[in-house]
Design a protein around this ligand. Structure first.
Ligand code: HEM
Length: 256
């Protein structure tokens, strides 16, 4: 696609309805708001389909996105759209390096992709959440306080030892919840911006447990980062492998 990468994800129940054996059992959409211990809410804004287009050239991404919208017009309308862009190589809009504890690209497939022999093999479960940053409040914090909130240093992303219990790195500790693969994307304008959290896993549970932990559901300790960022959306999608999408497309319109 002219140097444009396309990821297509489906509401888990929707993909299950057309390919019952094409998705791991028990995967569900973000169907209910997640309410934390102190009333903090992560809203459920599930849609049927997500397309994520990315590439080095914004004009090509723009053209391909419009072609995709036109191609799908007979069966789908756009419910929401977010335009993202890279920020200072690998930082998110908190100014911290994002992705330090990601599995390497060699390890990522074993973390993010459903293994051979399982229903939905080659696919992945995606958690997509748009987080709006309160940048003025965040930037009013001294850097040391920002570092305590993230659990890592700002310039080099060195893990604090010990990590504060309410730090983001502690609330999402992969040694506790299992590994995921993140590709967060900064979005927005000077006045309204934040992070699109893009997290892939071969299972839904690590993603769901991390969210509960951030909201303080298990123990009443809320992730410090959530005091400066606000989730505006929340959805899970199943991303089938290319062969599964192609196979589905080739049969679309038949009785199967
Ligand atoms: C505003 C939204 C978010 C921002 C700005 C953000 C940013 C960060 C940063 C700066 C780090 C430290 C560096 C790194 O290891 O990547 C980090 C770590 C991490 N984040 Fe987030 N994050 C956000 C939301 C989330 C959400 C919603 C999840 C999970 C559902 C999550 C999961 C993780 C994980 C698993 C780690 C690594 C933890 C470990 O040390 O094992 N993040 N994030």
């Amino acid at each position: 696609m002219a140097g444009v990468n396309l990821v297509s994800g489906f509401r888990p129940e929707l993909w299950h309805s057309v390919r019952p054996r094409g998705i791991p059992s028990g995967v569900v959409g973000f169907n209910h708001d997640l309410v934390g211990s102190d009333g903090f809410v992560m809203p459920a804004t599930q849609h049927d389909l997500v397309l994520w287009l990315s590439g080095g050239a914004a004009d090509l991404v723009f053209d391909e996105a419009r072609l995709a919208v036109q191609a799908l017009a007979p069966v789908a309308r756009v419910a929401a759209e977010i335009a993202g862009w890279p920020y200072r190589q690998d930082r998110d809009l908190t100014g911290f390096i994002d992705g330090t504890e990601n599995p390497t690209l060699l390890e990522a497939p074993t973390v993010a992709v459903v293994p051979e022999g399982k229903a939905g093999a080659g696919g992945s479960i995606l958690l997509l959440q748009k987080w709006q940053h309160d940048s003025p409040r965040w930037e009013a914090l001294p850097v040391a306080a920002q570092e305590r909130a993230i659990g890592r240093t700002k310039p080099e992303s060195t893990e604090l030892d010990p990590k504060p219990a309410d730090s983001h790195a502690a609330r999402t500790d992969q040694d506790v919840f299992g590994k995921i693969f993140r590709r967060n994307v900064p979005y927005g304008t000077a006045m309204d911006h934040g992070t699109v959290f893009v997290g892939f896993c071969e299972e839904q549970r690590p993603l769901a447990r991390m969210l509960e932990s951030m909201a303080g559901v298990p123990d009443g300790v809320r992730d410090a980062l959530t005091k400066y960022t606000k989730p505006l959306t929340g959805a899970y999608y199943f991303v089938p492998c290319v062969e599964a999408v192609r196979e589905f497309a080739s049969r679309a319109g038949t009785s199967d």
